[in-house]
Write a protein that binds this ligand. Structure first.
Ligand code: NDP
Length: 445
């Protein structure tokens, strides 16, 4: 790492003790940013990095609710409004028992650069709760969402902060959250949340956007090696929103997705995953992957195993942070891996990224490869602002243009800084420079 940035990094890590994921995200970005500070010493003089690492606002609140047995439950809610240089804070809400401030800050920090790369006018933020919606009834989820929004509503708004979904927060949760926001404020403010249902202000393609976008970005990387998804053998981790739509898109481009996972295990389906059945099991029935294996002949379910034990030419990690470590990366490389497109946020550890880069594997980091979700959220905001709704085809075309544009920006930046093909460097410098310039222009805020 550049010596000038080391001192800043040390201060940031010391100021934020015990936040391992936030530290990891900061260090990973800092490692790319030496060259951009050589060209722009004014960024150092204006302490842009120090400011970027300190969220503009962090909100932590109590979320009391009652379960179906009438017992009082207490969860913790978070919203970190990280940076508004380019627009209102924008980023999802995650409901998962692992959520604490360090995870929300890592996600919010990444979101700043991701949102900048989309070219849309959105700042960076993230939020969530340690609430676990798994196994909860609809009524319990609704009571939790109402309580969560009863505090959050005062901090958000279409010109202030616009949350969306993430792990554990899909259309059902966004619906309950929107209903409570409307009730408390007496305003039908469509632009306050994205990921809404189609009949009440949502955008077509938003549910598919992150997974589709990851595959489109990865396809652009494959093109640089004269190939495409057609005929690739693909492994996907996760079986949630991002994973399912990545599987659908990859197969529509001629790939065979032979495995995907949940937090209990993975399925092997050599014939290619049946997306219709997968949606039925996971989205309609809210079931587990082992239910898919029971219902489809020739499919095996590996309880507790790692999906990265399966050989593939393309890997799409779409579950969660740090799910793919150096050992798994080395194994995938030995199995003939050509490309990795991160649908999840920071799913590859720093060791894994190093293994991929040393082996010459095409590696698309999450902040670039999974930006299609937030970009389509920004398209949803545009439609809300103009009281319009676009067709699926038109919206998908816009998403494709945005993803091709992000790929081009990352590749061009990597070329410009003398590291062709280094999408990590391209994404970090491309996103950072845009935010830094806006922060400089707006003075010391
Ligand atoms: P979902 O809640 O829809 O699905 C998450 C999937 O990942 C589930 O299959 C879940 O399995 C699995 N998973 C979650 N935590 C773990 C864990 N600790 N270990 C193993 N598997 C796990 O979430 P999304 O699909 O929306 O999000 C997936 C990733 O994509 C996240 O990193 C998110 O930040 C990122 N992302 C999402 C966007 C979106 O638009 N939704 C936008 C950009 C990025 P199980 O059911 O067993 O828990």
């Amino acid at each position: 790492m550049d010596a000038r940035l080391e001192a800043i990094r040390d201060t940031v890590l010391a100021r934020n003790p015990g936040e391992a994921e936030f530290h990891q995200a900061v260090v990973e970005v800092f490692e790319s940013l030496g060259p951009v500070h050589d060209r722009h010493p004014e960024f150092l003089d204006a302490a842009i990095l120090e400011r970027l690492c300190e969220p503009e606002r962090q909100i932590i609140f109590r979320v009391p609710w009652t379960d179906d047995a009438g017992r009082v439950q207490i969860n913790r809610g978070f919203r970190v409004e990280f940076n508004s240089a380019l627009g209102p804070y924008k980023g999802g809400l995650r409901f998962h028992p692992s959520v604490y401030l360090g995870i929300v800050k890592f996600l919010g920090f990444e979101q700043i650069f991701k949102n900048a790369l989309t070219g849309m006018p959105i700042g960076g933020g993230k939020g969530g709760s340690d609430f676990d919606p798994r196994g909860r009834s609809d009524a319990e989820v609704m009571r939790f969402c109402r309580s969560f929004m009863t505090e959050l509503y005062r901090h958000i708004g279409e010109y202030t902060d616009v949350p969306a979904g993430d792990i554990g927060v899909g259309g059902r949760e966004i619906g309950y959250l929107f209903g409570q926001y409307k009730r408390i404020t007496n305003r039908y403010e469509s632009g306050v949340l994205t990921g809404k249902g189609i009949s009440w202000g949502g955008s077509l393609v938003r549910p598919e956007a992150t997974g589709f976008g990851t595959v489109i970005f990865t396809q652009e990387m494959l093109k640089t090696r004269g190939t495409s998804f057609d005929g690739q053998r693909v492994v996907v981790s996760g079986s949630g929103n991002v994973a399912i739509n990545a599987i659908a898109k990859a197969q529509s481009l001629g790939a065979t997705v032979v495995a995907c996972s949940d937090s209990s295990g993975y399925i092997m389906d050599e014939a290619g995953i049946d997306v219709g059945l997968l949606r039925e099991v996971k989205e309609v029935e809210r079931g587990r992957l082992k239910d898919y294996a029971v219902r489809r002949p020739g499919v095996s379910y590996v309880d507790g195993g790692s999906v990265w034990d399966v050989d593939a030419t393309v890997a799409l990690p779409c579950a969660t942070q740090n799910e793919l470590d150096g050992g798994a990366a080395a194994r995938l490389v030995r199995g003939g891996l050509l490309a990795v497109g991160e649908g999840a946020n920071m799913p590859s550890t720093r060791d894994a990224v190093a293994v991929f880069q040393e082996a010459g594997v095409l590696f698309g980091p999450g902040k670039a490869a999974n930006a299609g979700g937030v970009a389509t959220s920004a398209l949803e905001m545009q439609q809300n602002a103009s009281r319009d709704s676009w067709s699926f085809e038109h919206t998908e075309e816009r998403l494709t243009d945005i993803m091709v544009g992000i790929h081009h920006r990352c590749a061009a930046t990597a070329d410009e800084y003398g590291e062709p093909g280094n999408y990590v460097l391209g994404a970090n410098i491309g996103g950072f420079a845009k935010v830094a310039e806006a922060m400089l222009a707006q003075g010391l805020i």
